[in-house]
Design a protein around this ligand. Sequence first.
Ligand code: MTE
Length: 360
Amino acid sequence: MWGKREDMLVHEDSPYNAEPAGSALVEGEVTALDTFYCRNHGEIPDIPGEQWRLSVTGLVDHGQDFTLSDLESRFETHGLVATLQCAGNRRAGLIAVRDIPGEPWESGATSTAEWRGVRLSDVLEACGVHTARSLHVEFTAPDVADEATPPQQYGSSIPLSKALSDEVLLVWEMNSEPLPRVHGGPVRVVVPGYIGARSVKWITGINVQDHPSDNYFQTTAYHILPADADLHTARPGDGIPLSTVALNCDILDPSDGATVSSGPLTIRGYALAGDGRGIARVDVSLDGGHAWAQAELDAGQSPWHWRRWSLAVDAKPGPLTITARAWDTTAAVQPESAAQLWNPHGYVNNSWPTANLTVT
Ligand code: MTE
């Protein structure tokens, strides 16, 4: 379905929501198109490239409509490798603490692609964007989400200061292919360093305004509510709105529950730092967090994509629990347990990942 590999863990067929297994995600620095996770809140629009229009409105001197060929011909194109991570990634670990309505995403709502398009800042500047520091840039899309009451088109916003950063792109290519429809083709925005929800797919409107978007996905969903809040009585604006992606890491291979042979074993995973920070270190423990060894980090230095890590160990027969934790360049470290982080929507589980293996 949607050109994805058959072993995707499919949470929902319609709209299509699916993630790859850790063993598939670990395969490349850039995630193959058939493996990249999909998170959709409504039915997937079908917009032919030649019919696509982007309308820029609001606090700009000259609002304009752009076609795809306008973007291609009027602005310099840029490529960027960036990781997207859904705020619901690893929700299954929070559900294990206490039940949460919502898909039990495992480790795979995280993927990395090479995106190509134009800088959002170039488009906004061509429209004469006003530059007061407190402004926000709202993105709108045509897909309709039933989880809002009443159902609402998907939308979201980011602060203007982020929108004017070089890394925020309007893209029509993913891994050198036309952006697949399921990933927002013909054109989406990519906001590296922010939760995936801000990278709006099938973008058709950009509005510069003096407040964050009033859309359900900005005011209500993607907020961290206090643990004792009731989802049924929570009001728009309650809780902490999410923007920057949290420091996180995961063990992708071997997977939790695997049986492996004794002897040399390479443990592999990824680490991702939040907006503009880097990964400084990944520690791995084989004894539940008493002693830690430092994993080897791959060479990637960009703050916008994951760093893959590995550690070679000698696995002895019997049960083996692997624990990992990442530190970022500000010396922040992941929190230890999912119970500390439990929240009613089940967002941002960045607790230490563990994998329980049997070594034979
Ligand atoms: N944009 C639109 N229009 N509709 C959506 O449902 N989902 C968001 C974001 N952009 C969404 C959207 C969420 S929650 C995430 S995590 C990312 O898209 C997922 O992007 P992907 O499906 O390309 O992996």
